[in-house]
Design a protein around this ligand. Sequence first.
Ligand SMILES: [Zn+2]
Length: 106
Amino acid sequence: MPTLNASPRYGWPKGSDRRWRKLRARKLAQEPRCESCLAKGRITVATEVHHVLPISQGGGKYDWNNLESVCGECQDEAHGARSKIRIDARTGLPLPGQNHPWSDRE
Ligand SMILES: [Zn+2]
């Protein structure tokens, strides 16, 4: 089993708090595979925790039953906007000055 990265690829997005981080870690510990890939018969290590019903649509942020472990690819699929972020080809990091959680990193 590969080592799980404790932090999301893009750093902690806005709105992440201690309660969410703990819940997220617990979810990844309990289900370290991407549930979306699993449903397609693939085994992929989950790196993100996704809300099945988005919070903006009334989904519970801390509702265990609303959480799904997903890999980066499935997360990107679910949040199409992220793929529009411009990436620096040299560093592989998002370019600065964009509306992106990475830019808010301390
Ligand atoms: Zn996946």
